[in-house]
Structures are given as structure tokens and as C-alpha cells.
Design a protein. Sequence first.
Length: 87
Amino acid sequence: MASKILIVDDEPNILFAMSRYFRHLRYEVHCAQTLEEARTKLQKLSYQLLVTDLRLEQGDREQGFELVRLVRKKSPSTRIMLLTAYG
């Protein structure tokens, strides 16, 4: 069974490129564009890796940290990769 990865980013091009890359490596990839969509997926499944953007939606909040806290509480063994292009 393939390891599950959740990729969360509000940029469709980033989701497309990253999901294609990880699928090529034979991972089971799930994607979300919003904090709420990611929360829903995290409630339903456990993932071996979470790759998330620090800032998901317009504004100054750093929603990626909210996902990190949620994953740490639900599945402490999940590895996390936090990305940002924010200056």
C-alpha cells in the first residue's frame, strides 16, 4: 500500500506540480486548496506526510501552523513539510 501524502496550497499550479511529482514516485496523493478542505481530509484519513503552504488564503494569517497543530494532535508520527514564498 502506498504512503499517503496531503499537499495543501492555494495555488493550483503548485498542487498540480507537486502531486504529479509524488504520484510519479508512487505515493497516494491528496490535495486541498483551503484550510477547511484540509481539515476535512485530515479528519477522515491519516497521512504519512503533510506538505503545506504557510499562508493559504488571502490575508495575514499563517494557516499552515493551524494544520501543523491539528496533525500533531491527531497523528504525531506524521512528518510535516512547511513551505512559503512569503517574503
